[in-house]
Design a protein around this ligand. Sequence first.
Ligand SMILES: *Cc1c(COP(=O)(O)O)cnc(C)c1O
Length: 461
Amino acid sequence: MKLPYAEPYRIKVVEPLKKTTAEERKKAIERADFNLFNIRSEEVFIDLLTDSGTGAMSQYQWSEIMLGDESYAGATSFFKLKDTINEVLGMPYFLPTHQGRAAENVLFQTLMGHSAPEMVVPGNSHFDTTKGHIEFRGARAIDCTIDEAFDTTCKHPFKGNVDLAKLEAVLKEYSPDRIPLVLITVTCNSSGGQPVSMENIREVSSLCKKHGVTVFFDAARFAENAYFIKTREKGYSEKSIKEIVLEMFSYVDGCTMSAKKDGIVNIGGFIAFRNEELYNKASTFNIIYEGYLTYGGMAGRDLGALSVGLKESTEFSYLESRIGQVAYLGEKCVEYGVDVQQPFGGHAIFVDALKFFPHVPRDQFPAQLLGVELYIEAGVRGVEIGTLLADRDPVSRENRYPRLELLRLAIPRRVYTRSHMDYIAAGLANLKERSEKIKSGFEIVSEAPIMRHFTIKLKRI
Ligand SMILES: *Cc1c(COP(=O)(O)O)cnc(C)c1O
């Protein structure tokens, strides 16, 4: 018999969870204006809002917390992390930032300045804060993801791939001075935690070189991407995760990183560079926005914990159990007839809300409805990846309808067990049984002009 995945660790400290009743949850979500960001975590039983900063650190990471060097300049913790980034990613220069979006801000400021209405940034389904930072500067994010990514039933192994023809069209239409960078997000969160193949990374890189354009990774889940390359791409099954990661990064000029994901820390981020000149240019902005070069918005102890986290997240046994757990949940959902994005992503299961509530119109936010109802049903909190997240068009101010309407169930790293996965899937199955009785969704009471999903207020129709 093939042995199933099993966590390559045992539990030493536990954090109790509180169970609530459906009545209590109905009250909580009403009080929260049907915005799942507005409920208190103690009102949630299993929290799948995000895998960002929610992971469990290892005993080695906690040891680094004690060893943290809090010197303003030249801290040992900084050099530990610098060595790790060079060893794991092959990037000799880096700037610490307080999280991933701060890395984006500093990098985009360096490459685009304050106002860049004439610029475009092609990529594969940019993350929401990434798009926010691009659009805030008046520039435009152009999504060049392959079409297969938008069909939840299509089993393409690398649905995060960049469509080379779409990218080439952009590279031909705009002169290089109007394309500050091309951004490859690994794995691609917005299209379902889907990986990008090594072949695709290589081809995007050579296309960009040909046109004289810089390429960066949005590397939040680079290790999970490497796992998919190892397990799905021809020629990589015998390579170690660490070898694959080094090859991936060999094709790009640098990366922005949200360390709260594959860094397995609660807070932190960085920008890594191959090129000293670009690093020097960005340094000034890092000092203004984040902090001095050797801490940049992070405590010394967090730099140390991150340097261990990057090594742990690139171990095969860790990734096998992490991604195995996500797939376990996905398979349970399929077994119960719940339509989910396939193949399963690395960090989350994405439930197809248009198939769950086919009778609910899109302007009533069916994925948000699914999130609210699953919370009431089981105390499980997911997050809408649909029309609320997609925001309004900056010019026309109309709702932008993305091609998919999803509820993301993000699995924190090393936090929940297989029985939690069973519980979540059973909650979805029960909800599916009564889904036809839920006839309508929400209308907007109030919303912010940009990134509205975080603070939006809704009411039931
Ligand atoms: C989380 C994330 C970011 C932003 O990072 P924060 O640490 O949340 O600021 C950027 N890109 C991707 C792909 C992410 O998942």
